[in-house]
Design a binder for this molecule. Structure first.
Ligand SMILES: NC(=O)c1ccc[n+]([C@@H]2O[C@H](COP(=O)([O-])OP(=O)(O)OC[C@H]3O[C@@H](n4cnc5c(N)ncnc54)[C@H](OP(=O)(O)O)[C@@H]3O)[C@@H](O)[C@H]2O)c1
Length: 486
């Protein structure tokens, strides 16, 4: 039994035609204004309404028609589709990431299920040939693809990215046969791309990066903007830049930070563990190391605030030489199992890591700088329990950097970091418990990796894994494919 979330290109209908000819039963689901069943075997639903997915699954489950293969084609769009951007981001999520999350939730609420495979099909997600049109907004669906099987024992997922060219009529025929051929066999590679006749599976290669010699990209007394600069990693980096190059540091966060004149009184009237007191002491420590520090209150996702912040930095320090984007949300309320996840939980991660990047891109267009480093996470590779939204947001950062590097004059580097040991704060990503904490890097190790990656200059996406990545992929991603890595 098959269910196809049908696309506008006609790929779904063509697949359904082939499958029915072969004697399969096929249910079609299309985007509609309400949940309904316009014809036997055809449903409509509203992509952003969980209740509609629930109604669909309940109807299928009660009529004993629950499919064992679901092909989700809502992230396949026409070749001439406009480039997606911040305004279109949420619409793309409704048809992609959120749609998949709601589907998994709705399936998870049915009783006595047989195993189900969800095949997620898209175009423009992976940079393979260097010429395809990229839609990083769609790449969040990989977060769902990696997280759903980790949280639902009966659901397996794979993602297939296609290349949609302008000759769509002939194309749907070719793509439909490509897809059916891919699906005819057992699950082999969870993440695949087709470009023309070529099939590509996503893999990772280990590489050794040399310790930088004299030519570090960091300039003595250089001006560096660190978003989230007073957070755990931001503080470690600031101290490093103060120590090594006596940097001029612009540290941004959303929280109010008292004016220098008020520091003494603030420290005298607030306890040791007060968040602002801790931040004031951090800045004082940096200044003791001969760094010049400017703390700015600015939400990275707010263009006006960031533009103002940049103007302040330039007025005080002059030209900015590098940007480190380390703003992120790490409090426990932002990490939820898919069954409990709500859009507001996801938006917490999307704000700094998605909307923040659109703002950075706009601002940096006018600033020729040495580098822009994005602090993404190993979760983009391995996902993790309770991490679907965080994973999606980090995957977006990686995909966005890939796209920017096609055209931008500056070098965007997105680093998928393993866990850092940050004292108290290391407990904050505690959802995965011991499974990642044992891999946490000491700050000195993280800084060494940071310097080596900076010295490498432009290049492919970088993953920093302190443990054997293949073993971790087997445990977290390929666990449904026991034969793959024998
Ligand atoms: N810690 C790790 O082990 C680890 C591992 C892999 C990747 N990472 C990534 O590295 C980055 C830094 O992690 P961290 O552990 O240092 O996190 P953190 O301690 O929570 O610091 C992040 C900082 O970002 C600021 N922030 C959040 N949203 C913002 C926004 N919209 N605009 C401006 N500032 C914002 C927060 O300050 P306010 O609340 O005052 O705004 C906070 O101080 C994150 O993106 C994280 O995903 C961390």
């Amino acid at each position: 039994m098959w269910m196809i979330f049908s696309d506008r290109l006609g790929l779904g209908r063509r697949m359904a035609g082939y499958l029915t000819e072969q004697g399969n039963t096929c249910i079609l689901v299309t985007v509609g204004k309400k949940f309904g069943q316009p014809r036997d075997g055809e449903f409509t639903l509203r992509p952003a309404q969980f209740d509609d997915y629930f109604a669909l699954c309940r109807e299928l489950s009660e009529s004993d028609r629950m499919p064992n293969k679901i092909v989700h084609l809502w992230s396949v769009t026409q070749a001439n589709e406009p480039e997606t951007n911040s305004d279109l981001f949420s619409g793309v999520q409704n048809l992609g990431f959120y749609s998949l999350i709601y589907l998994a939730k709705a399936i998870g609420m049915q009783d006595n299920l047989d195993p189900i495979e969800i095949i997620i099909v898209s175009n423009g997600v992976h940079a393979v040939t260097g010429t395809e049109i990229l839609h990083p907004e769609k790449a969040t669906l990989l977060g769902a693809c990696k997280s759903i099987p980790q949280e639902y024992g009966m659901i397996a997922c794979r993602a297939i990215d296609l290349e949609v060219s302008s000759n769509e009529v002939k194309l749907t025929e070719i793509l439909a046969s490509q897809l059916l051929a891919e699906l005819a066999g057992p699950l082999s590679d969870p993440i695949v791309a087709y470009r023309g006749d070529e099939r590509y599976a996503q893999t990772y290669e280990s590489m050794h990066l040399e310790r930088p010699t004299t030519d570090s990209l960091l300039r003595r007394k250089g001006v560096y903007l660190i978003t989230g600069g007073l957070g755990g990693i931001g503080s470690v980096l600031s101290k490093h830049l103060a120590n090594t190059v006596q940097a001029k540091l612009a540290l941004t966060s959303r929280s109010v930070f008292p004016d220098r004149k008020g520091w003494k009184e603030w420290l005298a009237t607030h306890g040791e563990s007060d968040r602002t007191s801790i931040r004031i002491r951090k800045v004082q420590e940096l200044e003791d190391l001969a760094a010049e520090v400017l703390v700015l209150q600015a939400d990275i996702a707010d263009y006006a605030q960031m533009k103002q912040a940049i103007a302040t930095v330039q007025a005080r320090f002059g030209k900015i030489h590098g940007v480190i984007h380390a703003a992120g949300v790490s409090h426990i309320e932002a990490f939820n199992a898919i069954q409990a996840i709500q859009p507001n939980h996801c938006e917490m991660h999307f704000r700094p890591k998605v909307y923040g990047l659109y703002v950075l891109q706009k601002i940096l267009k006018e600033q020729p700088i040495d580098f822009c480093v994005l602090f993404s996470s190993l979760s983009a590779v391995l996902a993790g329990l309770g991490m679907a939204a965080y994973t999606a947001a980090n995957i977006f950062m990686d995909a966005f950097a890939d796209k920017c590097n096609r055209t931008a004059a500056i070098c965007w580097t997105s680093i998928d970091w393993d866990q850092w040991q940050l004292g108290e704060s290391e407990k904050r990503h505690g959802v995965l418990g011991g499974s990642i904490e044992k891999f946490a890097m000491r700050p000195a190790e993280g800084l060494e990796a940071f310097e080596r990656i900076l010295a490498r200059g432009p290049g492919p996406r970088i993953v920093v894994s302190t443990g054997d990545l293949d073993a971790r992929l087997r445990q977290w991603i390929y666990f449904r494919i026991p034969d793959l890595y024998k």
